[in-house]
Design a protein around this ligand. Structure first.
Ligand code: ADE
Ligand code: ZN
Length: 344
């Protein structure tokens, strides 16, 4: 498809942006099976009938870790990033950030530099062919310990990788305390990276509170369980901390029994700035367009859903001039949809 055709197609779509997606977690099962077969890796325990299988957060992480090992070469990663971003562009996304994990690259036998170079090539190709803009956020995996998270921060802070613009803390929230990762976040902050951290997904509001106090991120991944503490919700709203909310992930992991019970709408009504992400889309049988549909089912009208995209662009880890361009594009697309509250 030409870039003009891609733009024309996107203009008929609702304008989307995503700030929370793990690149290995976006790998289609069919692609993982194909690469696994070529490397002689057995993935039958985690992929059945073309779908990932897992039953709780621990088995999800194990499936994710194994699926990650089939990506080995610079070209594999370029293809993965391109497939992910071109799918998002076709669905109407203007901008996307995705999480990259130097620890997962190493576990698959790939130098993190090669990994980042491949992913950056995929971003460049997606920009050329569809117009989508994207940035990468390096994650430290908390259940690997504070030293591993500091090493990930040093990697993110290293020179010569202009598309890595942020640092995040991912992994099993039940392991380690936010204060354990303060040094890693200092390294990333000193390097000028944007900061975000997973919290309030598997653990409750105290985890969100401690994460904000110790790591001082401008965004929180998930953060939805803050709803259990009204004082905390007020604090998040007052400080303008943006929640990267992933309703489909939360439903798949059983945080809430149905979309009516999800706190997104209540958080927005309390003045919290939220945006959306699909987290690990095929693992959770979702994608970004479905996340916006879930937001609608949760009670957010068109103007509130446009505001989710605007919040994402305002909180994105990008240079000021690109942010301005993206916000202008959003304004034009929202107006062309006749969306109420399209101005900013
Ligand atoms: N790594 C991949 N997906 C994750 C999630 N939903 N929470 C924490 N770490 C992750
Ligand atoms: Zn996540």
């Amino acid at each position: 498809m030409s870039i003009a055709a891609a733009h024309a197609r996107r203009e008929q779509c609702f304008p989307l942006a995503e700030l929370h997606c793990h690149i290995e977690g976006a790998a289609p099962p069919a692609l993982v099976e194909r690469l696994a077969a070529s490397h002689g890796i057995d993935v039958s325990a985690i992929i059945r009938d073309g779908a990932y299988v897992w039953h709780d957060f621990t088995s999800f992480l194990a499936a994710y870790d194994l699926a990650s090992t089939v990506f080995r070469s610079e070209g594999d990663y370029a293809d993965l990033a391109f497939a992910h971003l071109s799918g998002l562009a076709a669905a109407g996304a203007l901008y996307a950030e995705f999480f990259i994990s130097p620890d997962h690259a190493r576990a698959s036998g790939t130098e993190p530099d090669v990994y980042a170079r491949g992913l950056a090539a995929g971003i460049a190709r997606a920009r050329r062919e569809t117009g989508i803009e994207a940035r990468m956020i390096a994650v430290g995996v908390r259940h690997l310990g504070a030293e591993a998270v500091e090493a990930a921060a040093r990697f993110a802070a290293g020179a010569g990788r202009p598309l890595i613009t942020g640092f995040n803390l991912a992994g099993d929230e039940r392991i380690g305390q936010p204060r354990d990762f303060m040094r890693a976040f200092d390294i990333a902050r000193d390097a000028g990276l944007g900061l975000t951290a997973h919290a309030g997904e598997l653990c409750g509001p105290e985890s969100v509170r401690e994460t904000i106090a110790c790591l001082k991120p401008s965004r929180i991944g998930h953060g939805v369980r803050a709803i259990e503490d009204p004082d905390l919700v007020r604090g998040i709203a007052e400080r303008g901390i943006v929640l990267e909310v992933c309703p489909g992930s939360n439903l798949a992991l059983g945080l809430y029994p149905d979309i009516a019970s999800h706190p997104l709408k209540r958080l927005v009504e309390a003045g919290v700035k939220a945006c959306l992400g699909a987290d690990d889309p095929p693992f959770f049988h979702t994608d970004l367009a479905r996340e916006y549909r879930l937001a609608a089912e949760n009670g957010l009208g068109p103007a509130e859903r446009i505001a989710l995209t605007r919040n994402a662009l305002e909180a994105a880890f990008v240079e000021a001039d690109l942010r301005r361009t993206l916000l202008d594009r959003l304004q034009i697309e929202a107006l062309s949809l006749g969306a109420p509250g399209a101005s900013h």
